[in-house]
Write a protein that binds this ligand. Structure first.
Ligand SMILES: [Zn+2]
Length: 272
């Protein structure tokens, strides 16, 4: 039985780092529109009603944090703390309906409890990054213990993926977004990319699905793009996702998929 104690301390004010990269210029999309019997190409600005090419966006190969830059209108979905029964599968179904991919930052003890679900997420083509073994606040424990928890988390995910002959992506997210410069350095030396969110859905607070969706959309309209922090352990998040994707689609956003770049794995050192 997994120790799920960490779930009870999830209600922690998370600070989200503002993205320091400036986004490339806006991406208006174009479509052929009928004008009096003849077809003309018309540009539709983002966030305006009109036909759009669907939610599926670019796939970005990520070797370092420099590769995490998004253009205006681009969104990355990230789901932390799972996998967990029911919710994770419901999220997979919703993502499949829109043919879009996400990144799941899984906790080792959850992977040990539900290894088949880890494989289901991987088999559906989503990216799996690690999020420690025990979801401790790494900024509050000594560096060696923190490194061990990171390693153990990765090892649990690798074990679950053995039958698929797949590897966990060299992507990491700090629990509670609580980092230290030393740990960031260690991870960078191993070729592990820390993927911080730029939009916090705050789905760990008691909210209705609509409130979560509105919070995300408000932040997104302001920023223009973003890496969204979500949690597949919450039922409200799974219930909210169809409406979020419908809104993103209607407003012309696209969902970008982060995958490991060709250099990411080769940079991995044998240990810390
Ligand atoms: Zn977490």
């Amino acid at each position: 039985m997994a120790n799920l104690k960490f779930l009870s301390v999830m209600v922690v004010a998370l600070s989200v780092q503002a993205c320091s990269h400036s986004a490339p210029p806006p991406n208006a999309f174009s479509a052929e529109v009928e004008h009096g019997g003849t077809l003309k190409t018309t540009a539709f600005p983002l966030n305006r009603p009109g036909p759009n090419p669907g939610l599926k966006g670019r796939t970005i190969a990520v070797d370092s944090i420099e590769d995490l830059q998004l253009a205006k209108g681009e969104v990355v979905l990230t789901f932390d703390d799972g996998p967990v029964r029911h919710n994770t599968r419901s999220i997979l179904d919703t993502l499949a309906r829109h043919d879009v991919k996400a990144t799941f930052f899984m906790v080792g003890q959850m992977a040990n409890a539900y290894p088949a679900l880890v494989r289901e997420v991987a088999s559906a083509g989503h990216t799996i990054g690690s999020h420690t073994q025990n979801h401790l606040n790494l900024a509050r424990i000594n560096t060696n213990d923190a490194r061990q928890d990171i390693e153990a988390g990765k090892a649990s995910l690798e074990r679950a993926l053995i039958p698929l002959d797949r590897s966990v992506a060299p992507f990491f997210r700090f629990p509670y977004l609580a980092d230290t410069p030393k740990l960031r350095d260690s991870l960078a030396r191993q070729g592990i990319v820390v993927i911080d969110p730029t939009i916090d859905s705050k789905d760990y607070w008691v909210s209705t699905p609509d409130q979560i969706k509105n919070r995300i959309m408000k932040a997104l309209r302001k920023r223009g793009s973003g890496i969204i922090l979500l949690h597949d352990i919450h039922k409200r998040t799974a219930r909210m996702l169809p409406a979020l994707l419908a809104t993103l689609d209607r407003e012309g956003y696209s969902i970008v998929h982060f995958v490991p770049g060709p250099d990411a794995a080769t940079k991995v050192a044998p240990s810390f």
